[in-house]
Ligand binder design. Structure first.
Ligand code: TYM
Length: 335
């Protein structure tokens, strides 16, 4: 991290829940971008394991997914020497700041969050207070590090907007407490759709494994999943209403190759959906292969992983402690 004002870089914060295997939606919407912006910004990235418990988790699976998630960030190119990488539950400042933010967030605002509405419909027997106040924990994650930018997929926009509203409200009362954060979306891939239903977002918690491609899926599985991706019964590789499945595959192909829609349409001129699906599958599988290899190497070195998250947590707490102290003082909590 740079300290001198002359070379002060913007601060970036983002996180990912260890609630399942990471998908190419997570990769393209977030992690790939994280790896690419580390040179340009001072970055803080975390495995958001506190967030994951808003739905029931098997404790052993949560521990494993947290470690795998951390290893996956490193395998995808997040560099613990350049960025701060840690595990959310290791830093108690997140829940401590959350309390102060909760008291500046309205019931009505939280009720309007689409993710809360979706998840309460999906888990109707467990609409817990954590699920409801999840966005204030996410705001605490962002505001603790005075982040300027939050690299996320499109589905997190509403949560970042709530964090901005909290900033404006609290800065209005207490002066300059927090930096006003902005979303940072990837050029392509901010919203990758399900391969089984292209009107739905691709999700790591989807019960149908054919709906998503996991970053760790072996090559033949990746190709098989793309070959069975749901598309319309027409022909031609271009975007149009009713061709959402093809449009989604074009987005994925574009995000992995950097090609524009026009280039993709020209490349597959006169070819069928089958050829296109195979080409997308092979491209994605080849791009993921080095990540899979690095993941296997890094996961095998438990001591290295532990050392990384311990030093990451120390660095994270040093930064977040400054904000927490400032907020607690302003609010009127005794030192
Ligand atoms: P999560 O774990 O659901 O997803 C992690 C990141 O992946 C992006 N993403 C997608 N992008 C494109 N297409 C998709 N189908 C897709 N699915 C997921 C998400 O937008 C996200 O960027 N609340 C967050 C985690 C979090 C966080 C934070 C993020 C906790 N604290 C602070 C930013 C800042 C979440 O549940 O992401």
């Amino acid at each position: 991290m740079t300290d001198s004002p002359a070379e002060k870089k913007k601060i970036v914060l983002s996180g990912i829940q260890p609630s399942g295997v990471f998908t190419i939606g997570n990769y393209l919407g977030a992690i790939k971008n994280w790896a690419e912006i580390q040179e340009q910004y001072d970055c803080v990235f975390m495995v958001a394991n506190l967030h994951a418990t808003t739905v029931r988790q098997d404790p052993a699976a949560l521990r494993k997914n947290t470690i795998d998630g951390f290893a996956m960030l490193l395998a995808a190119g997040v560099d613990p020497k350049r960025s701060i990488v840690f595990i959310q539950s290791h830093n108690p400042h997140h829940t401590q700041l959350m309390w102060a933010l909760n008291c500046f967030t309205q019931f009505g605002e939280l009720s309007r969050m689409t993710q809360f509405k979706d998840k309460s419909a999906r888990y109707a027997d467990n609409i817990n207070a954590g699920l409801f106040t999840y966005p204030t924990l996410m705001a605490a994650d962002i505001l603790l590090y005075q982040a300027d930018l939050v690299p996320v997929g499109a589905d997190q926009k509403q949560h970042v907007e709530l964090a901005r509203d909290i900033v404006n409200r609290m800065n209005g009362v207490y002066g300059n407490l927090f930096t006003l954060p902005d979303c940072l979306f990837p050029k392509a891939g901010a919203k990758i759709m399900s391969l089984a239903d292209p009107t739905k977002k691709m999700s790591k918690s989807d019960a149908n494994p054919k709906s998503f491609v996991a970053v760790l899926d072996p090559k033949d599985t990746v190709i098989k999943k793309f070959r069975s991706a749901v598309t319309d019964s027409g022909s031609g590789i271009y975007r149009a209403p009713g061709k959402e499945g093809i449009g989604n595959l074009m987005t994925i192909y574009s995000a992995f190759t950097g090609k524009t829609d026009e280039e993709i349409t020209a490349e597959f001129d006169g070819k069928g959906y089958g050829d296109f699906k195979t080409a997308v599958g092979e491209t994605v599988a080849d791009a993921l292969a080095p990540i899979r290899e690095r993941f296997a190497e890094i996961s095998a070195d438990k001591a290295y992983l532990r050392a990384c998250w311990e030093s990451g947590c120390e660095a994270a707490q040093r930064l977040s402690g400054r904000t927490l102290n400032k907020v607690y003082k302003k609010v009127g909590f005794l030192p």
